[in-house]
Design a protein around this ligand. Structure first.
Ligand SMILES: [Zn+2]
Length: 244
């Protein structure tokens, strides 16, 4: 009988964990401070030593010698309204090369307000372009948006966001190049995914040049995603590299 009771108890604990694991978010009960407690596989969210996002203190950067070449093409995509963000999944036509390594663009998503900061300055919107090499290594390019001019390509995305949570919709000919600033100057550092499971060894490139989106566009994205920025994580012993 004792064994049976234990099995039932474990079963309840297990199903509770499973339910919670899919339930991370940004409110008081399931937000960033609680992520590590929600699921064993999220432990890195609190024990990790090179977590993202970070504040980029431009006074302590070192010069970078790594070349960045971006080869983005107009691509068909799927747009998804996840519970946490607005996400585009790509057909892997676009790629970049960084430090002689090739990465394919796999997805892009947004955060309001920005997650990374520059000299403690936050931006109203940050785009994350997620890339993967053939060994599975991740590289994320972060692009900041300031409030300003209406952005045409962003408009295509916003007007096609499915209304239902987790609903997916095809989106043809999105010109992802338009979601990049003109110049490739960047800050680079190692970090993590900014959402559970907070996996580390992610190569980050935050572009120095910034884009503009209208107040209404930023508001429209925020209305759907709510505030989905994790707070700044300690830099610890990491070095931030910089190139213009
Ligand atoms: Zn992100």
């Amino acid at each position: 009988m004792k064994t049976l009771a234990l099995v039932i108890k474990l079963g309840i604990i297990f199903s509770l964990n499973t339910a919670l694991s899919t339930d991370w978010g940004y409110n008081q009960t399931n937000g960033p401070e609680k992520w590590a407690e929600l699921d064993d596989s999220y432990k890195k969210c609190s024990t990790g030593k090179s977590q993202s996002p970070i504040n980029i203190n431009t006074q302590i950067t070192k010069p970078s010698k790594d070349k960045l070449a971006i080869k983005y093409y107009a691509d068909s995509t799927h747009i998804i309204n996840t519970k946490h963000s607005v996400k585009l999944n790509f057909a892997k036509q676009s790629s970049i090369s960084f430090n002689k390594n090739n990465y394919k663009l796999i997805q892009a998503h947004f955060h309001t307000p920005s997650e990374n900061k520059i000299n403690n300055k936050s931006f109203p919107l940050e785009l994350h372009l997620v890339h993967q090499d053939n060994k599975g290594n991740l590289l994320v390019i972060g692009v900041f948006f300031n409030e300003g001019n209406f952005h045409n390509e962003l408009h295509k995305i916003i007007t096609n966001i499915p209304s239902g949570k987790y609903e997916t919709k095809p989106l043809k000919n999105i010109n992802i190049k338009q979601l990049l600033p003109e110049k490739n100057g960047y800050f680079s550092f190692t970090g993590s995914l900014t959402t559970p499971p907070c996996t580390e060894n992610v190569q980050w490139l935050v572009l120095k040049d910034q884009l503009q989106a209208s107040k209404e566009q930023i508001h429209a994205l925020n209305k759907i995603m709510q505030n989905n920025a994790r707070s700044i994580q300690p830099l610890n012993h990491r070095t931030i590299y910089s190139i213009d």
